[in-house]
Design a protein around this ligand. Structure first.
Ligand SMILES: [Zn+2]
Length: 81
């Protein structure tokens, strides 16, 4: 079962979180890549998630989109609309 470690609430199940969007990774080139490539790198994806069933914090989740393995979770620097 995939878990995301919320900086405020600790490790919680994925269903407590809501996916917002995939962020462009440093390797993506140009506007086309940023706009249309949902996953720029099949081994690493940086995504905005919100802890909707908890503290409602916005998080940056670094994970492998192929396996779902989460590498790191950090607090997002800004609140997304
Ligand atoms: Zn939380």
């Amino acid at each position: 079962m995939t878990r995301i470690a919320c900086p405020f609430c600790g490790p919680r199940e994925l269903r407590e979180f809501e996916f917002h969007k995939t962020l462009p990774t440093p390797g993506a080139q140009g506007a086309f890549a940023r706009t249309y490539e949902r996953v720029a790198d099949p081994a690493l994806s940086v995504e905005h998630w919100q802890h909707v069933a908890g503290c409602r914090a916005w998080l940056l989740v670094h994970r492998n989109p192929s396996t779902g393995v989460v590498f790191a979770v950090e607090l997002a620097g800004e609140v997304m609309p």
